[in-house]
Ligand binder design. Structure first.
Ligand code: SAH
Ligand code: TMP
Ligand code: ZN
Length: 407
């Protein structure tokens, strides 16, 4: 599994952060499943040629995506709104010909395609995790249970014809076999079709110190420059890149066949911004690696101090990110006795690796802790609004990115 050459262009990869032995971030366990838990070394590096930031070791996809996949995309109001808006955009701007067709890679519980299905437009979700695929089907979404790759794309094309849009959100960076994905796109897309994907942005991760975005599922940490190089290498052209507010800051990329669309001005602007911020340079990434270690030390000092002062700290939200933080820092139940999360599929289970129990949000108020460690920091606004009574009762929030802070 260890890889020291780039998964896209085969040049050497230079490692810049090591987050230690980690489990799969969505591998929530029942107490009896603790023995024999899977672990691997979580480390990231950057390609010395195309600059693509990537995991050094990739966990096999079947260990990450299966019928027990715990991430449900419809879990927050902001995500539901965002993907409904995406769907409306596609309906208005791209799916306007006679009998248009859209494919989503990683449709999860149908958060985006539900709106397309309701509009009566031909669509197909490609989703390997059976449990979330079934939820999508209940919403009237058509789903193929498979991993997207060249063969899947050929099969979809044979059955449904070419696609006007292939979409992916928080999924493309999960797929290690990008060469096969692009060969599949070549087979599936219409001549004027687009591949649109929204993924965590390396700039947000680096400038916001969001090191908890690094976990087994996120194989790639895209920048506009590295996506442009990847598109070119596989015979396509990056024609647009737009910053969006999801997960603390992402980029929506649009890729087309060479010459099919005019590249946007905001794409050029973002490339220039990356250049002047030295985003893709080894020194920037090496500094990020040093800062990650500083945050760990600061957070552990605070949590140990609070315990010494007799304060109760509870975790809020059990996103995949919380696995990275708790395992990298070594946060156990002695410091944070449990984490509350609104996802029923996570409740009653243990956070992978660190084994903090996950409980329903109702347990948060029973009674309120002194401090809440905000693991789901990208939903801070929604959560703090919901939990106003906690603050009114004297409770305080702890954030750890970009710095450890009590608020
Ligand atoms: N699009 C949703 C879900 C993202 S979670 C959102 O943005 O919130 C990532 C999803 O991608 C999971 O449901 C996982 O099962 C799926 N996935 C992982 N590898 C895949 C692949 N090769 N092809 C299609 N889907 C994949
Ligand atoms: P995400 O950052 O990957 O979207 O995951 C957020 C996690 O936080 C998810 O498990 C749901 C949980 N959550 C709550 O428990 N309460 C909330 O109010 C919100 C918005 C999310
Ligand atoms: Zn490369």
């Amino acid at each position: 599994m260890e890889e020291t050459t780039c998964r896209v262009c085969d040049a050497p990869v230079l490692e810049f952060a090591d987050l230690g032995d980690q489990p799969t971030a969505n591998g929530f366990l029942l107490p009896e499943e603790v023995a024999g838990e899977f672990r691997f070394r979580l480390a990231v590096g950057a390609c010395t040629r195309c600059r693509l930031v990537q995991l050094v070791t990739v966990v096999p996809q079947e260990l990450r995506y299966h019928a027990g996949y715990r991430y449900h995309a419809s879990g927050s109001a902001s995500h539901r709104d965002h993907f409904a808006a995406d769907a409306r955009h596609f309906l208005e701007a791209e799916l306007t010909g006679p009998d248009p067709f859209i494919v989503e890679i990683g449709c999860n519980d149908g958060v985006m395609l539900g709106t397309i299905a309701a509009a009566g437009v031909r669509h197909l979700g490609v989703e390997p995790s059976g449990n979330v695929a079934d939820i999508a089907r209940e919403k009237g979404v058509r789903v193929l249970s498979a991993f997207f790759d060249e063969d899947t794309a050929a099969a979809v094309r044979a059955e449904h014809g070419p696609a006007d849009v292939v979409f992916g959100a928080n999924t493309i960076c999960h797929i290690a076999h990008m060469d096969s994905v692009f060969r599949g796109l070549d087979k599936l897309l219409t001549p004027g079709g687009v591949f649109v994907f929204e993924e965590p942005y390396l700039e947000t991760i680096v400038s916001g110190m969001a090191f908890d975005q690094i976990y087994d599922e996120h194989v790639f940490y895209f920048s506009v420059a590295s996506v442009q190089a990847m598109a070119e290498r596989f015979g396509f052209e990056l024609v647009d890149a737009e910053r969006i507010a999801m997960h603390g800051g992402e980029v929506r990329y649009t890729i087309a066949r060479p010459g099919a669309r005019v590249p946007s001005e905001r794409l050029a602007a973002l490339l220039a911004e990356e250049e002047s911020a030295k985003l893709n340079e080894p020194a920037t990434l090496a500094e990020f690696g040093r800062n990650v270690a500083r945050i760990r030390d600061d957070l552990m000092t605070l949590l140990r101090q609070l315990r010494a002062d007799g304060k109760r700290v509870v975790g809020y939200g059990a996103p995949g990110k919380s696995s990275t933080v708790t395992n990298y820092c070594g946060i156990g139940t002695d410091l944070v006795p449990f984490v509350c999360d609104s996802t029923p599929a996570k409740q009653g289970r243990l956070l992978p690796g660190s084994h903090l129990p996950v409980r329903p949000p109702a347990d948060f108020a029973d009674p309120y802790p002194d401090y809440a460690l905000l693991f789901a920091w990208n939903h801070a606004e929604e959560i703090m609004a919901k939990e106003q009574a906690f603050r009114e009762a004297g409770g305080k929030w702890i954030r750890f990115v970009p710095d450890v802070e009590v608020i």
